[in-house]
Design a binder for this molecule. Structure first.
Ligand code: HEM
Length: 235
């Protein structure tokens, strides 16, 4: 696949850049939003695991020691929830289940074996990413609601002991789901070469977009192939 030097730069969401042959996937505000969520998640996962089992106790150091971890964990939780919700509000439409997504899921074996040519064409996100998005959203909501119930210093007087105990269980369970999902998310981000760049520099190559998200590539560039000059018009 050759890329011509007269290939136009694609500008999206008002983001200006001069690098040719790339498409903007995440403008700076979305990237900042994502990385704030990541930092909050890291602090929450480490302190949460430390509260959960003594084997993880040293992890409280990321929040400044046991007392500070106890005080800050719920507040950082609120930051993560708000930050994630802003991101989710901007991305949910692209994560709606679409035509071909169920078929894509049925052919997950072909994805793992890199037989992408057999798969139905994909838009901005593949069904695996979409599923993960909704699982993350669900886990976030359960974590916030149960987190409020078990936030003793502020809401302690409003909930009975049995309700508190059920909330602790649900909180731990949804944290487990969130951590496991993020491990899959990070693995996929590293596995699909060129994806990390999307969240670090904001752009992806034409080749990456055409290979992994052909419908989105077509929408963003008006091209049918990477080297197609017939539809050579930027959005
Ligand atoms: C070190 C940790 C992480 C890395 C390296 C990472 C990397 C990435 C990358 C590369 C993308 C772009 C994927 C694409 O456009 O195809 C992405 C998207 C995304 N990430 Fe992360 N991420 C991390 C942690 C998190 C965490 C903790 C959350 C939320 C709790 C999160 C939520 C998202 C969401 C919602 C998207 C958009 C995908 C969609 O809407 O389906 N990420 N991430």
């Amino acid at each position: 696949m050759t890329m011509t030097t007269d290939t136009p730069v694609v500008r999206a969401h008002g983001t200006e850049h001069v690098e040719p042959h790339v498409i903007v996937r995440y403008p700076p505000d979305q990237r900042a939003n994502h990385w704030i969520t990541v930092i909050a998640f890291f602090l929450l996962a480490t302190s949460g695991l430390a509260f959960f089992h003594p084997a993880f106790f040293p992890l409280v150091l990321f929040l400044g020691g046991p007392q500070w971890a106890r005080v800050l964990h719920p507040w950082v939780g609120v930051v993560m929830f708000i930050s994630f919700m802003i991101l989710a509000f901007r991305l949910w439409r692209d994560n709606m289940w679409g035509q071909g997504d169920t078929q894509w899921m049925k052919q997950i074996g072909d994805v793992v074996m890199n037989r992408d040519d057999r798969m139905p064409a994909i838009g901005k996100y593949n069904p695996g990413q979409k599923l993960l998005f909704w699982v993350l959203l669900g886990a976030m909501i359960v974590l916030l609601l149960t987190g409020i119930v078990i936030w003793r210093s502020i809401f302690g007087i409003y909930f009975s002991v049995p309700v508190h105990r059920v909330a602790v269980l649900l909180h731990s369970f949804s944290a487990f789901v969130l951590i496991a999902s993020i491990i899959v998310h990070i693995y996929a981000a590293i596995w699909v070469k060129g994806s990390i760049r999307a969240m670090v520099r904001g752009t992806v190559s034409y080749a990456w977009a055409h290979h992994h998200h052909p419908l989105w590539f077509r929408k963003m560039t008006g091209r049918h192939t990477v080297a197609d000059t017939k539809h050579d018009r930027p959005l």
